[in-house]
Design a protein. Sequence first.
Length: 208
Amino acid sequence: MRAAVLWGISLSIYAGFFAWYTNLSGPLTGPEIEARLQLMRASNAAPERIALVEAFMRSDTGDDFIMVNLLDMNEAPPVLPATGSNADADDLMDHYMEHMYRELMVRASHPVFFGQAVADAMDIQGIVDGSHWERAGLVRYRSRRDLVDIALDPRFRERHDYKVGALAKTIAFPVEPSLHTGDPRLLLALLLIALTAVIHLVAVRRKG
């Protein structure tokens, strides 16, 4: 295989992934924001919730971000239709995430970390009832547009009750990474460069 063709294939693979994984639509525009606010008002969302989401949208930079989640599971979750009377908190959370995983992946969004706490908080300031957490998770979103669209889907509102029921308490806040060495765009670029170089070297040696 000619070198130009080999490197062209690798470049095409990377370009396709980059275009899918990266928000190329820029920040939310004024009309986009207004349309989403109208949907929130039509769904009778609380005014403080609308104000929070509006501020989140109007400060959009167009970059991807990580949602940081601290979770304390509910030892006595409510009885909900899809999970029944013997369900524990994990059953409710699994029902919620069944929908979320699908919606995340089609928008190039996904979990990047999940783990169990091994001790209570070792440094805490100004927080009431914030010393005990059972789990922590990080979820990458391609854009604020993607997160808001997931949350405005009527199917999300149906499933969200299961997340609420699964948790005794939670904190979730968005962070835009200033350093992210595990970015798949970087990892794929390094992998493709290394793999293509090896294939090219093997092909040259065989010809020689």
